[in-house]
Design a protein around this ligand. Structure first.
Ligand SMILES: [Zn+2]
Length: 200
């Protein structure tokens, strides 16, 4: 079974629940390319500030979609347990950015979903930091990608919210993910942005 692991050390957790093909209801959703790499690379650039929550095996399919966890399965979810560990370790400093890959059909490059954020001041600072460090990337809040299903189901951001961890579901389109991984200059912009939101 593919299990989640936390790599690196830091109070800001970057997670990538959809980095492998995953089952949701009766169908298999394809992996969101580069999301795992972005989390791990950020944890290596920002040691002591960022840790990464990722699937242990990058090539295996998972039959469990953490971003589609029913209320009654919360406690038994290995992702929820990892978030709990994170909260125990970092207390009030703990934060989460849950990295996802939205499709090219979306009109923006980046969408920060804050409907499960539990700290709207942090969300506002998050948007400001995006504008400051990544002005060449169009960004806006997309309603369908807000990070909160409502009742009965939990996103990873909602799991964090239930543990009092401020969380943003950060959606990146394919070309944004690709350029962050392929260009060190572009990744450095992302790192500057992450560094600012980690401690704001
Ligand atoms: Zn996703």
């Amino acid at each position: 079974m593919n299990t989640p692991i936390i790599l690196g050390i830091g109070h800001l957790l970057l997670s990538a629940p959809h980095s492998v093909d995953h089952a949701r209801n009766d169908y298999i959703k394809p992996k969101e390319e580069n999301t795992r790499k972005i989390c791990i690379k950020a944890s290596q650039y920002l040691k002591g500030t960022v840790s990464a929550l990722v699937w242990k095996w990058k090539s295996r399919i998972t039959m469990y979609d953490p971003n589609y966890t029913e209320d009654e399965s919360l406690e038994s979810s290995p992702w929820y347990q990892k978030l709990k560990e994170h909260k125990t370790q970092y207390g009030n400093k703990a934060k989460l950015i849950d990295i996802h890959g939205m499709s090219d059909k979306r009109i923006y490059a980046i969408s920060p979903g804050d409907a499960a954020c539990c700290d709207m001041n942090w969300s506002r600072r998050f948007d400001k930091a995006l504008e400051k460090y990544m002005p060449d990337y169009s960004s806006n809040h997309i309603g369908a990608l807000c990070g909160n299903w409502g009742s009965g189901l939990n996103t990873v951001s909602q799991m964090a919210m239930s543990l009092d961890i401020p969380a943003i579901q950060l959606e990146l389109n394919p070309s944004t993910r690709k350029i962050l991984i392929e260009s060190s200059a572009e990744f450095q912009k992302f790192i500057n942005f992450i560094r600012e939101v980690a401690d704001s």
